[in-house]
Write a protein that binds this ligand. Structure first.
Ligand code: FMN
Length: 159
């Protein structure tokens, strides 16, 4: 029984740092979205999907990848992200587009994790960015706790 984490982390590698911590805890395989063929998902029971947040959503390559999947049965998923701003219901609800896509493909979403990441986009660059140093050790500890909670809630489908 196996877990896979699929991610894309293009701005500062923020989400990659989170993905690596989760990978260790879940004893998962870790692949960038460009390395994954849709057919590969069949062999996994739990699949994590993560990226930075771009224009209020997960990265478009990750969303497009999910759109290409066929309907899958008996697959559990979790999602994660790093972002400049926190999630705000209705205004900046950045998990929604990915969650909707995964549900359409038949995934059972069992967890969501997000933390802040260094953001130097546009005007923030003038002051050296916002969220400097993040994800920091506390963010990574929380990512670890999140992965442990997934493991404890579904021990039967993880190594
Ligand atoms: C082009 C661009 C658009 C972004 N849009 C958002 C956004 O809509 N909301 C937000 O909270 N952060 C936004 N950010 C900040 C990133 O989500 C944040 O820096 C994230 O940690 C980047 O993750 P990565 O280094 O893994 O790619 C944006 C950054 C860039 C470069």
């Amino acid at each position: 029984m196996k877990a896979l984490i699929i991610y894309i982390s293009v701005h500062h590698g923020n989400t990659e740092r989170v993905a690596k911590v989760m990978t260790d805890i879940l004893n998962a395989d870790l692949l960038q979205v460009k390395q994954v063929a849709t057919s590969m998902l069949e062999q996994y029971d739990l699949i994590g999907f993560g990226s930075g947040i771009y224009f209020g959503k997960h990265h478009k390559n990750l969303l497009n990848f999910v759109d290409m999947l066929s309907i899958l049965r008996n697959k559990k998923a979790f999602i994660f992200s790093t972002s400049g701003l926190r999630k705000i219901q209705f205004i900046h609800n950045f998990d929604k587009p990915l969650k909707e896509r995964l549900r359409r493909k038949g995934f059972d979403i069992i967890g969501e994790f997000s933390c802040r990441g260094l953001d130097t986009y546009r005007v923030t660059k003038l002051v050296g960015g916002v969220n400097k140093g993040r994800p920091d050790t506390e963010d990574l500890r929380q990512a670890e706790d999140f992965a442990k909670s997934l493991k404890n809630s579904g021990a039967s489908y993880l190594n």
